[in-house]
Write a protein that binds this ligand. Structure first.
Ligand code: ADP
Ligand code: MG
Length: 250
C-alpha cells in the first residue's frame, strides 16, 4: 500500500529525509519512532502529498505520489487530481483539527458530501455507524469544545474513516492527551488495525507499537536506522542509537 525507495526531502539547503525505504503491506500497521527533528512528520507529509519529494520514489496503492506514469514517463499531477488522491489518505494529528464551529455530525459529513459527493442521508447514516464504532453515538450534536481531548481525537478518527481511506497516517495522535485519555484513543486504533486498516503510526507509545505494530521503524537524522519486528527490536535493539532512544521512552 505504501512503498518508498530512497525518499529524499530538502528544505533549501537542509536535507530532512536522506533516502528512506519502507514497505507497508495492505492491512498492516507500521509504527515509526525516533527523536524530535528526525523527519517523521515530514515523511508522513510526503505520503500524504503535502510535500514534494526532492528524490526517490514513493507509491501509495501503486500510484506515484505527485506523478502519473504514462508512456514510460512521469508527469506531475495537477492540483485537483492531487486533492482527489489526498482524499484517499486519512491523516490524524496531535492537535485534533476538528472544525470547531461544526457539530460532531457536521464534522463527519462535510467531506463525504462535498468530496465523495454522497447524498446527505447516506453520509449521515455512515457517520452514525462510525460514531458507534468509536463509542461516541451520544455525542452526535455536540461541538468539539464540549468533548474531552480523547473524545475529540476519536471523532477525528471517525471523520478520517468517513472518507473510506486506503491508508490512515497518524502523527503522534496521543501526544497532546492527558495520560488517562490515551487508552481510549489507542483502543480505537487497535480496533481499526484488527479490522484490517492499513496504518502508518508515528508514536512514542512503545506498548502500542509492540502489541499492534507489524513492523517498527526507528528514524534518526533523516534516515531509517533500524527496522524490524517490534517485539524483537524492542527486546533486542541492534543499533546503539536505537538502544539509547528506547531506553529513554520505555
Ligand atoms: P519530527 O516529526 O521527527 O520531529 P520533522 O519532520 O517535523 O521531524 O522535522 C525534521 C526537520 O525538518 C526539522 O529540523 C525541522 O525543523 C525541519 N522542517 C520541517 N518542516 C520544515 C519546513 N516546512 N521548512 C523548513 N524546515 C522544516
Ligand atoms: Mg513530528
Amino acid at each position: 500500500m505504501v512503498f518508498a525507495r530512497g525518499v529524499r526531502k530538502s528544505y533549501g539547503p537542509l536535507e530532512v529525509l536522506k533516502g528512506v525505504d519502507i514497505d507497508v503491506p495492505t492491512g498492516s500497521v507500521a509504527c515509526i519512532i525516533g527523536p524530535s527533528g528526525s523527519g517523521k512528520s515530514t515523511f508522513l507529509r510526503c505520503i500524504n502529498h503535502l510535500e514534494k519529494l526532492t528524490g526517490g520514489i514513493l507509491l501509495v496503492d501503486g500510484a506515484f505520489v505527485g506523478y502519473d506514469l504514462r508512456d514510460d514517463r512521469l508527469y506531475e499531477v495537477k492540483d485537483d487530481e492531487l486533492c482527489q488522491r489526498r482524499a484517499e489518505i486519512g491523516m490524524l494529528f496531535q492537535s485534533f483539527n476538528l472544525f470547531s464551529h461544526m457539530t460532531v455530525m457536521e464534522n463527519l459529513v462535510e467531506a463525504p458530501i462535498h468530496v465523495r459527493r454522497l447524498p446527505v442521508d447516506q453520509a449521515k447514516a455512515e457517520a452514525l455507524e462510525l460514531l458507534a464504532r468509536v463509542g461516541l453515538s451520544d455525542k452526535v450534536d455536540r461541538y468539539p469544545r464540549e468533548l474531552s481531548g480523547g473524545q475529540q481525537q476519536r471523532v477525528a478518527i471517525a471523520r478520517a474513516m468517513a472518507m473510506k481511506p486506503k491508508v490512515l497516517l497518524f502523527d503522534e495522535p496521543t501526544s497532546a492527551l492527558d495520560p488517562e485519555l490515551v487508552g481510549e484513543v489507542l483502543q480505537v486504533m487497535r480496533d481499526l488495525a484488527e479490522a484490517g486498516m492499513t496504518m502508518v503510526v508515528v508514536t512514542h507509545e512503545i506498548g502500542f507499537a509492540r502489541e499492534i505494530g507489524d513492523q517498527l521503524i526507528f528514524m534518526d537524522g533523516g534516515v531509517i536506522v533500524e527496522q524490524g519486528d517490534p517485539r524483537e527490536m524492542i527486546a533486542n535493539p541492534q543499533s546503539p542509537r536505537t538502544r539509547e532512544f528506547l531506553s529513554k521512552v520505555l
